[in-house]
Design a binder for this molecule. Structure first.
Ligand code: GH3
Ligand code: MG
Ligand code: MG
Ligand code: MG
Length: 324
């Protein structure tokens, strides 16, 4: 196969492909039951990808789920094994479902190819494999995969930014607003308890007034890290605004939530906050209000409202305390 390039001389397709590599070298898993074809395909792929070769389809599936391949090539040449089984498993696993699959099939085996495409196999190539065609098809898939990965990562990053509080790294109020309803609905549907804690730093304005706003920010960051250290993985901790934080505790009845809240209160009050900017160790306390889901019927707004009322009680009764 010769192509006329824009310049006057002709160069081979393979040469063109080599000049137009993917942004990163591709990583390819070749699943091939025969040593002879393994070797041939390996040689052809060498210029564009790092290739792992496996002869056992089930071992290959595990390898694909563990690693981060840009492409899986399935050579339909196994004894007593339907190559589409592997393809279908690759399509159904969370860890592998975005990896493109290239099927190598015998000329004329249209039925296999149709079934493969129906399963979600990305592309196919006929035997005998033309090395240039193989490279062209692989490069297309590798580039597409790498481009999709970047896109997915950037969407993920945008989402993270939108739901994260810049100052503390906790979730922000926007996330709480969208997620609390989901957690409440889920708890209701399953007849599970759920509790919520609103906590507000006591006399925080004095910190700002005495040590400056930046020191206040440092207190907020340290406070957030103590919140993080108190909650469990399933809990949702967020900065509700200003010096107010909300913790949503799924599967947590009122008595257990009271224990968590008391632990947080002590976590804050029992150890001073070292503020580097002010070269000072501040005594900080917080007030906490609790509310738990009413199984007979409740809403996120009503739940938050009850916790807020409890918080105001805590403030009015001397601060540095938990009120349920
Ligand atoms: P109380 O015990 O009644 O809660 O008293 P307080 O002083 O904590 O309450 P108040 O609501 O009067 O003051 C909250 C202060 O929090 C006022 C505001 O300037 C400050 N604040 C809000 N957001 C931030 C922030 O992001 N950084 C800093 N440093 N201060 C903030
Ligand atoms: Mg206040
Ligand atoms: Mg306050
Ligand atoms: Mg406040």
């Amino acid at each position: 196969l010769r192509l006329r390039a824009q310049t006057t001389h002709t160069i081979g397709l393979q040469e063109l492909l080599r000049q137009d590599r993917p942004d990163e070298p591709g990583s390819v898993l070749l699943v091939d039951g025969r040593a002879s074809s393994q070797e041939r395909l390996l040689r052809a792929l060498k210029p564009i990808a790092a290739v792992s070769v496996m002869a056992e389809p089930q071992a290959a599936l595990f390898e694909a789920a563990e690693s981060d391949f840009d492409l899986v090539i399935v050579n339909a040449n196994f004894d007593d094994y339907d190559p589409l089984r592997l393809c279908s498993q690759l399509r159904s696993l969370e860890r592998t479902r975005f990896i493109p699959i290239l099927l190598v099939a015998d000329q004329g085996n249209d039925e296999l190819i149709v079934r493969a495409l129906e399963l979600g196999v990305t592309d196919y190539i006929m035997r005998p494999v033309d090395p240039n065609e193989l490279l062209a098809r692989c490069l297309t898939q590798i580039r597409r995969k790498q481009c999709n990965d970047r896109l997915r990562a950037s969407v993920q990053q945008t989402i993270e930014l939108a739901i994260t509080d810049d100052l503390t790294g906790l979730h922000n109020r926007r996330y709480l607003d969208s997620h609390l309803k989901l957690l409440v609905d889920r708890a209701m549907a399953r007849g599970r308890p759920l509790s919520i804690c609103i906590t507000d730093i006591d006399r925080f304005k004095q910190v700002n007034d005495t040590y400056g706003h930046d020191s206040g920010d440092e207190v907020l960051r340290e406070f957030a890290s103590r919140v993080r250290a108190t909650v469990r993985g399933a809990d949702l901790a967020c900065r509700f605004g200003g010096e107010e934080f909300v913790i949503v505790m799924p599967d947590t009845p009122a008595e257990m939530a009271a224990v968590v809240a008391e632990r947080l209160r002590l976590m804050v009050a029992s150890r001073g906050f070292e503020i580097a900017r002010a070269d000072a160790v501040l005594s900080v306390t917080a007030s906490l209000g609790l509310a738990s889901l009413r199984p007979e019927g409740d809403t996120p707004e009503a739940l938050l409202k009850r916790a807020d009322v409890a918080l105001y009680d805590a403030k009015n009764n001397g601060r540095n305390r938990v009120v349920a």
